[in-house]
Design a protein around this ligand. Structure first.
Ligand SMILES: [Zn+2]
Length: 417
């Protein structure tokens, strides 16, 4: 089975989405509350603090702003009373009066988030925007893996952070091939070449020091390349001692340069089992190999995946972070008739407008209630009922892009139905 431990891709997806939603919200006045509670902070301390803040807020001159702030503080306090202690990683709450549909439609809304990493500082802010940076910090991947691909013609430096692989720079050596020109003695040619190779190794080590120590905090390094050059580079101790110590694997590849970097990551295997990119690549490989067999244990496309959840044959659902689809539910206010639609996020206004002006097929009324939700939420809720796993995968990685050619949604099946 593929190990996807230690990383909750749905939680990360939801927090990213919330950050992007809340990032654009503005209060009418200074009335949006951001509250960060570290795991060890006693809840009664926080509640006392909010009581003091309410005292200060009662002096606000604008009626609307004052009422909004006091209402928001009441809502937050009510929520906090449901906790004995903060959750394991602490708690983040955003609360304030936000417009529901256009100006003067503000209602108090509250967002409660359990962060993926512990919150270290207590923070209360009342401002005209939400303070999102501390939450954003908790999403950052800490571990940066450095990669050096080297042979005598060129070297490439790369970095792998979570599911993001990037080439930092490519250095060419300018060293001529192995064959000497006529008239040169073999010995002299060898010595010149050795000098050139030595000079190139020194240059690569300098660039590595700059990229991996000065500009980044690399704690793990992969070294690779075709032929014996990488071993000479390793044995010669050219790298800064910290980088030399950080080498976790030396990998033989067929390619150099950018392709070499990708190949090193692919071949690093067990060394990188905890790295998200490798887990996603393995999952997508498994999906594609099943999807390309006749009667393989995979299916794709939204309707097929929903069917697989419904008949309990889906083991793991895979969704591209770029899927960008919504589930709309229209309920007739008169007779309760329900119309469901799955649509692209970009079509939401047009589809809503069309359905809201269409008569109910049952009673001819044009009075609809409408509810919209991200397809990721819709599927996650359905999946959790039957114990199906859901993994959100990168839309940018090479495998992630291959997966998008299947429509960005698929499932690995337990059995075929
Ligand atoms: Zn109806």
């Amino acid at each position: 089975m593929i190990n996807m431990s230690k990383y909750d891709s749905i939680q990360t997806y939801k927090i990213r989405r919330l950050l992007s939603d809340l990032g654009s919200k503005q209060g009418r006045g200074t009335e949006l509350i951001s509250l960060y509670i570290p795991p060890k902070k006693p809840i009664y301390d926080v509640i006392n603090n909010l009581r003091d803040e309410a005292g200060t807020a009662s002096n606000i001159k604008s009626d609307t702003t004052r009422n909004h702030v006091l209402d928001a503080l009441t809502r937050v306090t009510q929520r906090l009373k449901l906790y004995k202690n903060p959750p394991e990683n602490g708690l983040v709450i955003f609360c304030g009066a936000l417009p529901v549909s256009g100006p003067n439609t503000e209602t108090i809304q509250i967002y409660e988030i359990m962060p993926p990493k512990p919150i270290n500082t207590y923070l209360y802010r009342c401002d005209d925007h939400f303070h999102l940076d501390l939450l954003r910090e908790t999403l950052k991947e800490e571990e940066i893996i450095g990669i050096i691909s080297i042979d005598t013609s060129e070297a490439a430096l790369g970095e792998l952070v979570g599911s993001n692989l990037q080439v930092i720079e490519i250095l060419t050596s300018g060293i001529a091939g192995k064959h000497r020109q006529g008239g040169q003695s073999a010995r002299r040619f060898e010595r010149l070449r050795e000098n050139e190779v030595n000079g190139f190794f020194v240059r690569v080590a300098e660039h590595a020091q700059k990229a991996f120590i000065e500009e980044r905090n690399v704690k793990k390094l992969l070294l690779g390349g075709p032929g014996p050059t990488k071993d000479d580079f390793y044995k010669g101790n050219y790298l800064d001692y910290r980088l030399q110590k950080a080498i976790v694997s030396i990998i033989d590849t067929s390619y150099t340069g950018e392709e070499g970097i990708r190949e090193i990551v692919q071949k690093a295997g067990s060394t990188l089992q905890d790295i998200r990119l490798v887990q996603e690549d393995n999952l997508i490989d498994k999906f594609i190999s099943e999807a390309s067999k006749d009667y393989g244990l995979a299916t794709y496309g939204l309707q097929n995946v929903i069917d697989a959840i419904n008949n309990n044959s889906a083991d793991t659902i895979i969704i591209s972070e770029d899927l960008g689809m919504l589930h709309l539910t229209f309920v007739c206010r008169k007779c309760g008739n329900i119309v469901e639609k799955f649509i692209k996020k970009t079509d939401v206004f047009a589809v809503k407008a069309e359905q809201l002006s269409a008569p109910c097929s049952n009673c001819n009324s044009k009075d609809w209630d409408v509810k919209e939700e991200d397809v990721v939420d819709y599927l996650t809720d359905k999946a959790s009922v039957v114990g199906t796993k859901v993994e959100i995968v990168s839309g940018k990685s090479e495998h992630g892009q291959m997966f998008k050619s299947f429509g960005g949604i698929g499932a690995i099946l337990r059995f075929r139905s």
